[in-house]
Design a binder for this molecule. Sequence first.
Ligand SMILES: C[S@@+](CC[C@H](N)C(=O)[O-])C[C@H]1O[C@@H](n2cnc3c(N)ncnc32)[C@H](O)[C@@H]1O
Length: 297
Amino acid sequence: MDFVGGKPVILNLDQRKGKMENCLSKTALAVACFMQNTGIQHCQEISAYTRAAQITQGVLGEHFGWIIELATMKVKLRHLALTSAIRATGFKRLLEVACGLDPRGFILTDFAVVDTDLSPIVELKNNIASVLIPDHPNYRVREADATYAEDLLSASQLLPPGPITISIAGFLTYLPMSIKHLAMQAVTSVMDSRPGSVLLVTSEDFLTRTELDTWNETPKGRILLEKIPEMAGQSSRIFYNNAFPDEDAVPKFLHMHSLDFCHNRQIDLVQDFQHGITGADAKKFSAAKIWEMRRAW
Ligand SMILES: C[S@@+](CC[C@H](N)C(=O)[O-])C[C@H]1O[C@@H](n2cnc3c(N)ncnc32)[C@H](O)[C@@H]1O
């Protein structure tokens, strides 16, 4: 077994070839790599244990340096804003959908948390949790395909009674429209089983083709348009086609799922979490929001 900083390396991907059957699961490793220098608790260890940087570097090649710089700030803001929005709901019961390797559930020690994802990530996260948070009795990881209501419902039943917060980050955007609908059906079934529950989704989950067209206008944007899908095992064309056509399509989609977003608190990542971000960088992130939604009845 390998060791990093005196601790065992939990994942050696070379030994696990064939086990990451869902390419989208590899994006969790990319996020873990981007999180490693955010200063957020546990991120360095998670990245080291999973060898996230080596794997991500393999995909990003010569672009690794500038992409990691850009992405570090983005994932940090996303993590902090989402955590703050989760706290603001007032419910100390959290269901994370497609949680990846984000350490939020490890950090919210005053919450009951159920992290859900597909089996390779669940296995990894359980291993990591047993090393990093051996004494967090209210934390659980469960395998749940987010497009199956039964899976999410049974995972949510591990939480104590009462309304819950459900969070989704960096997941919907990779799915074709028909599968995005399945995921929303599954999530709203959980909301209906827990009246009063709140759904939080990051705006990047609602990526539009209109926005992607603007990426296409710059050399770096074009590289991102190639590399982000590549990390998810998708072609740029599929990634582009999976996006919402334009901004109007997003509220229409949410209406179809009877989600009341009219009174959503949308958090401006830059205004609420400045962290010394100014000028051009601030502009880059000013469109990033978190949508807060409840069922319309
Ligand atoms: C980009 S990662 C995002 C992880 C995390 N939410 C974050 O913000 O760091 C996407 C995650 O979706 C998970 N995933 C893909 N398909 C899924 C499915 N059908 N059900 C549940 N999780 C899924 C992958 O395993 C991966 O962990």
